[in-house]
Design a protein around this ligand. Structure first.
Ligand code: PLP
Length: 472
């Protein structure tokens, strides 16, 4: 494609994106399509001859848009917020346009140095001390995988001996709560700990990890000749935003020499508001932590922030350094290929830079505070309404609730009833909720935090829930 055509189509595409964002609130938030509907619109074979991109936005309207669930929609209350602020959309365009590879400093110095600067800004915004150094990974799943690999290499003799896990006689054990995200289990399995050596510790009535059970499990493992290696504290669990006892876990980490990784994938964004930092009191004891600016903050997927206290160790674990990657600046600069798993690196830091430049810390804080207040508003409605139960503390922007009709006590009936409410609300097209099962009980999760969601949208959702509960 020549630059003249690119310019014309690019303007058309930017207009299309802007119009899409303007009218998104009028579209059904959840894609109504059935499996196979999109595939049917595309030829089964690749185009033999190039036909140009004329009609590009028409194709997007016809083939793609109906098959999009609108995560930036004001009625999006499902899963977790995943905001793609338009500033980050522009950054993604610049990133693709530059086509830069940031694997080594020399391969695009700006990609490395902008990342160093914005990750340090992020560290300051989160109130983390200078002992932490940040690097961008693609997802929290990858970040937690990196953390467990670092823990594995650090805690056993083979870190120095290079004998690998195979050289370890005592099995290494990982601990997390039974509310931890599935990415922790995946990371533990991929890092070779094995399912038998992952302990999912029971939680209290706030759905936070029980320290007494954790310490007991550590002692049992030690007594059985196993070696406690890593623990993962969830600050803001996926289901309920529960907060694990970080200070106590930090103490156990120090007492028993266990790597402490903090998964604050969604909740971490709230820490840019000092009043939310009670949630990670004790964070300075962590060896590593992850939060996803691609969730609530607004950088657009994908941009996961991984902070480590020991970058040298991360580099030791991740670097390979073949001759064809050597550069004259090695030793003076960061080669970020050695800070994670992939060799190639997109210029993701641009998204964080553009977002922060556009909104500033105060702009982001105002939006987070709005969402926190909206969640408290909904919590108050649930508490005041008869027949509704709040199922977990509202620590942040997630409200877990269920409807309990008078006289109904059977959990299967309550499950069916609440799923019917959810189904009815989702079918209406204005709102999208995802359900969850919390310790055997069906709940409805209202995850507030789409940048477009105002109090009036939360009010609308609450009315839809009341109407659905009355109707089903
Ligand atoms: N950790 C927590 C607490 C999460 O809520 C999620 C996603 O919902 C993840 C990890 C996984 O995030 P990612 O998609 O970036 O791997």
């Amino acid at each position: 494609m020549d630059t003249k055509t690119f310019r014309r189509l690019g303007h058309e595409l930017v207009d299309w994106i802007a119009e899409y964002r303007d009218r998104m609130g009028d579209l059904p938030v959840m894609s109504p399509l059935e499996p196979g509907d999109v595939k049917r619109l595309l030829p089964s074979q690749p185009p033999a001859k190039g036909e140009g991109l004329a009609g590009l936005t028409g194709d997007l309207d016809r083939v793609v848009l109906p098959g999009i669930t609108h995560w930036n929609h004001p009625g999006f209350f499902a899963y977790f917020p995943s905001n793609s602020d338009l500033a980050s959309v522009l950054a993604d365009l610049a990133c693709a346009g530059l086509g830069a590879q940031g694997m080594s400093w020399q391969t695009s110095p700006a990609a490395t140095e902008v990342e160093e600067v914005v990750m340090d800004w992020l560290r300051q915004m989160l109130g983390l001390d200078a002992a932490f150094t940040g690097v961008i990974q693609d997802t929290a799943s990858t970040s937690t995988f990196c953390a467990l690999l670092c823990a594995r290499e650090w805690s056993s003799a083979f870190g120095q001996a290079r004998g690998g896990m195979q050289a370890e006689e005592a099995p290494l054990v990982v601990y997390a709560s039974d509310q931890a995200h599935a990415s922790v289990e995946k990371a533990a399995l991929l890092a070779g700990f094995g399912r038998n050596n992952l302990r999912l510790i029971g939680t209290d009535d706030q759905h936070a990890l029980r320290l007494d059970l954790l310490e007991r499990a550590i002692q049992e493992d030690l007594a059985a000749g196993r070696r406690p290696c890593a623990m993962v504290a969830a600050i803001g669990t996926t289901a309920t935003t529960a907060v694990d006892p970080l200070e106590g876990m930090g103490r156990l980490s120090a007492d028993y020499g266990i790597w402490l990784h903090v998964d604050a994938a969604m909740a971490g964004t709230a820490m840019i508001c000092p009043e939310a930092r009670w949630m990670w009191k004790g964070i300075e004891e962590a060896d590593s932590l992850v939060l996803n600016p691609h969730k609530w903050m607004g950088t657009g997927f994908d941009l996961s922030a991984y902070f480590t206290k020991d970058p040298e160790h991360l580099i030791r674990v991740m670097s390979t350094n073949p001759s064809y990657l050597h550069t004259d600046q090695d030793g003076q600069v960061k080669n970020l290929r050695d800070w994670g798993i992939p060799l190639g690196r997109r210029f993701r830091a641009l998204k964080l830079w553009f977002l922060l430049k556009d909104q500033g810390v105060e702009g982001l804080q105002a939006r987070i505070r709005r969402d926190l207040a909206n969640a408290q508003w909904l919590k108050a409605q649930v508490e005041a309404a008869g027949g509704w139960e709040l199922m977990a503390p509202v620590n942040l922007q997630t409200v877990c609730l269920r409807h309990v009709p008078a006289g109904v006590t059977d959990e299967d009936d309550l499950r069916a009833h609440n799923l019917a409410i959810q189904g009815r609300v989702n079918k209406g097209g204005r709102f999208y909720l995802t359900p969850s099962v919390l310790k055997g009980r069906q709940i409805l999760r209202v995850s507030i935090g789409s940048a477009a969601t105002e109090l009036s949208d939360v009010e609308g959702l609450w009315k839809a829930l009341l109407d659905a509960a009355a109707a089903v």
